[in-house]
Design a protein around this ligand. Structure first.
Ligand code: 5GP
Length: 113
């Protein structure tokens, strides 16, 4: 998608502080971290949100969850973190490519705002 900032990051057109990449997913630090650890997990397949999942995408999403757990371990936060995906503008989604926020490193309040 030409105007998608995360597509540009995936394509290497915009730099990022990458923590992980394979053929299906890329993970990088959020540019405006909301916690001491704030990493975004993005599929290379373009889908706007979970609501745009197609048949077969559950394999990709399952893989992403495995990567999240592995990277939580690698980042040293596996004892406590939050995984969030904002779906839709009213939920706070500002980039229209599915992504998961991993937040950790401070006490996280519940419910979120
Ligand atoms: P959303 O609001 O869609 O749930 O999350 C989008 C996230 O992308 C925000 O937390 C925002 O800070 C982050 N973000 C937006 N532009 C960039 C960028 O160019 N680089 C990085 N690393 N993060 C970005």
């Amino acid at each position: 998608m030409p105007d998608c900032i995360f597509c540009k990051i995936i394509a290497g057109e915009i730099p990022c502080n990458k923590v992980y990449e394979d053929e299906h997913v890329v993970a990088f630090h959020d540019i405006q971290p909301q916690a001491p650890v704030h990493v975004l997990f993005v599929p290379k397949k373009h889908m706007v949100s979970l609501q745009a999942m197609e048949a077969g995408d559950e394999v990709l999403l399952g893989h992403m969850m495995k990567v999240v757990a592995q990277q939580a371990q690698a980042l040293g936060v596996s004892q406590g973190y939050r995984l969030v995906s904002n779906c839709g503008a009213s939920a706070g989604q500002s980039v229209d490519l599915l992504h998961f926020h991993l937040l950790a490193g401070r006490n996280l309040q519940w419910p979120p705002g």
